[in-house]
Design a protein around this ligand. Structure first.
Ligand code: HEM
Length: 494
């Protein structure tokens, strides 16, 4: 214990030293930036570390006040920006293509992945994977989405005409099954045996990651590793890593057996991981560590986004029955009473798409997008100094009355071309932008269309919640703190 106390003491001294000596340049550079009052050494950390789940709400509150401002989390300087023209400069600049310092916290399990890496190797790996996610196998992935969603919709019959239930809790297994089959290429049987170990472990890791970001005394790795949350975080990532390594080994064996023409070996259905392994067996372009890192990035990106957006969309349609009817009419017209949703339908489901877009406007999956400033960058009257972290807050920009009429209302029609034409393109950044934009946007939106279409075609959804009731819980992503309570009736009983 005394050794730990001594190490903490040494580290504390180092923080003090860093703060006063190494960061004097940064302190000077942001003298003119507005921002909340700081306290010595901790800066603004106490505002966030005491309640990390509310941290982005607090940042958003300051964002309403200042639009551009600075925050100090210990010795780390954050510049928060919310104006679309500034967001455009930051997203498009090569000086900000590196993710913020805290993405390093995902190491040593997730190294130089699409989510936390940078540089030529990361870009080359991303270039291999993007066409696998959104390319010619997408129609095939749609079959899996339809199959799993049909299963889920049938199981929801047990909730018919009953009390309210949480739509997110009910949808977890279906989302995990779609993920397992299309991303990792293992049978999606969560709806049969209820195993959510891997997605839950990764969700826990995200929660802890965010807690660490806003808690400066957890930044040093050796202190973090000694803490309870550090041990939990490492265990969660290790679990995902070990399972993925095992799956990769099995798949490599299988594809080598296929190449040799071994008898009785069947070609598996394609998944993103299967396609990637076939590619690297031929090209040797990525090693196992890189594949695992990117698979974790994709699993987190898929599970968190699809589950969160679907749950919010159904809740929004429950709160707004007129809009729910419009989605239902469109689905009936474009897809019919019982057909699968195929890729060519997606472009015709305009109102459904606008309902999903409007949901993501109000509840952005990436409420806090951050990058490292690798060289001084001018935005408006300010210079973002090299060595600071810039954070964009879609949660604020998406609700600014400067760009959105009645921003707190759910109004899908605001995405009609005639209502969008004068809007700054970076006033809406659901998938981030520039070189670090989401590589899974088409894949994810296709999946969401399938889920919403099947659900609304079968059920009338109601809720006692109102838009004003929803309190947000934020980590890297956004969730409803008070859940997504809905009840359902069979559409044919109406
Ligand atoms: C349709 C709903 C989705 C939305 C709204 C969404 C949104 C986002 C946003 C805002 C980011 C940027 C995060 C940041 O800059 O910190 C991001 C990154 C990412 N997303 Fe998505 N995402 C969605 C679906 C998906 C899916 C289905 C996948 C996987 C197939 C995925 C994989 C990723 C990955 C790997 C990154 C990291 C990319 C990078 O930082 O360069 N996303 N996503």
């Amino acid at each position: 214990m005394s050794v730990v106390a001594m190490l903490c003491g040494i580290h504390f001294w180092k923080i003090v030293n860093d703060f006063w000596n190494c960061h004097s340049k940064l302190i000077k550079a942001v003298e003119l930036f507005p921002g909340p009052r700081t306290i010595p050494l901790l800066g603004n950390a106490l505002e966030f570390a005491t309640n990390p789940k509310n941290a982005i709400n607090v940042m958003a509150k300051f964002g309403m006040e200042y639009s551009t401002y600075r925050l100090w989390i210990g010795s780390k300087l954050f510049i928060i920006i919310t104006n679309p023209k500034d967001i455009e400069i930051v997203m498009e600049s090569p000086k900000t293509s590196k993710k913020a310092f805290f993405y390093k916290f995902m190491e040593p399990v997730v190294i130089n992945s699409m989510i936390n890496g940078h540089g030529p190797k990361m870009r080359a790996n991303r270039k291999i994977q993007e066409p696998l996610i959104n390319g010619k196998c997408l129609p095939f992935f749609m079959e899996t989405f339809n199959k799993q969603v049909r299963r889920y919709i049938n199981d929801l019959n047990s909730k018919l005409n009953q009390e309210e239930f949480d739509i997110s809790d009910e949808s977890e297994y279906c989302v995990a099954d779609m993920l397992f089959e299309t991303v990792i290429g293992i049978p999606g049987v969560g709806q049969d045996n209820g195993d959510l170990t891997i997605p839950h472990a990764l969700e826990t890791a995200l929660d802890i990651l965010f807690q660490r970001i806003v808690t400066p005394w957890l930044h040093p790795t050796f202190i973090f590793n000694l803490s309870k949350c550090g041990r939990e975080f490492n265990a969660a990532l290790e679990l995902g890593k070990d399972r993925l390594q095992q799956i990769i080994n099995e798949k490599k064996q299988l594809y080598m057996a296929l190449a040799r023409g071994d008898p009785g070996v069947e070609e598996p259905k394609p998944s993103i991981l299967d396609l990637l392994i076939q590619n690297v067996l031929e090209t040797n372009a990525m090693n196992d560590q890189e594949i695992i890192s990117d698979m974790i990035a994709i699993i987190v990106g898929f599970y968190d986004a699809v589950l969160g957006i679907f749950s919010f969309t159904i809740l929004m349609l429950a709160i707004h029955p007129d809009m729910q009817d419009k989605v239902r009419e469109e689905v009936a017209f474009v897809i019919g009473a019982d057909d699968d949703v195929v890729i060519t339908n997606i472009g015709k489901l305009n109102y459904t798409r606008m309902a999903i877009q409007e949901t993501i406007r109000l509840f952005p999956v990436g409420p806090f997008l951050s990058r490292e400033i690798t060289d001084d960058l001018q935005i408006d009257k300010y210079i973002l100094p090299k060595g600071s972290t810039v954070a964009m807050l879609p949660l604020v920009t998406h609700k600014s009355p400067k760009y959105w009429h009645e921003p707190d209302k759910f109004y899908p029609e605001r995405f009609l071309p005639k209502n969008s034409k004068n809007r700054h393109p970076f006033a809406y950044v659901p998938f981030s932008g520039g070189s670090r934009s989401c590589p899974g946007s088409k894949f994810g939106m296709s999946c969401l269309h399938v889920m919403v279409a099947h659900f609304i075609r079968k059920y009338q959804v109601m809720t006692t919640m109102s838009l004003e009731d929803i309190k947000l819980r934020t980590h890297i992503s956004v969730r409803s703190l008070n859940g997504y309570k809905v009840s359902i009736k069979n559409i044919n009983q109406l």
